[in-house]
Write a protein that binds this ligand. Sequence first.
Ligand code: SF4
Ligand code: SF4
Length: 183
Amino acid sequence: MFTMLNKLQNYSEQAIQAARYIGQGFIVTLDHMNRLPITIQYPYEKLIPSERFRGRIHFEFDKCIACEVCVRVCPINLPVVDWEFKKKLKKKQLKNYSIDFGVCIFCGNCVEYCPTNCLSMTEEYELSIYDRHDLNYDQIALGRLPISVIEDSTIQTISNLNYLFEGNIKSYSNLKNITNFLD
Ligand code: SF4
Ligand code: SF4
């Protein structure tokens, strides 16, 4: 009789535990159904980069004095400054300038230290390409004005994802309250 009562007690405890686990799982599912989307539908939707976003570098050929400061401050000595010395003018003349975005780490040092401000970071982040050698931009490619996400009327722009993080925090705290209650 005593063993049977013991078994019955064990069984009911296990049943309650199982019901609790099922309840927790169900609440997690319900909570996810309530959430706002975390992803954006790229390329139909695009994020507007923040003000200080470090995207593709823009270069103004006419402003460059071929001082090579950008090369010296670059952690990987990346910019290639090709110049010749003009004896008559007694100064350097820039012939070619290039940056390989396949190697660049977008640290912004070159932009920060350039004495003539001929370098600037743009909001352009779409640099995918089939051949990585095509990422080696010469002065013509570097001089192209950036494509602005805001000006593209074919896509929907999303200004920031802050609301998603707020939503997550709210859902997370709700979920914690419910699971605490179940425990
Ligand atoms: S630091 Fe500026 S001015 Fe000097 S070589 Fe580089 S881009 Fe040209
Ligand atoms: S952004 Fe940084 S890594 Fe890229 S070229 Fe400039 S200094 Fe070099």
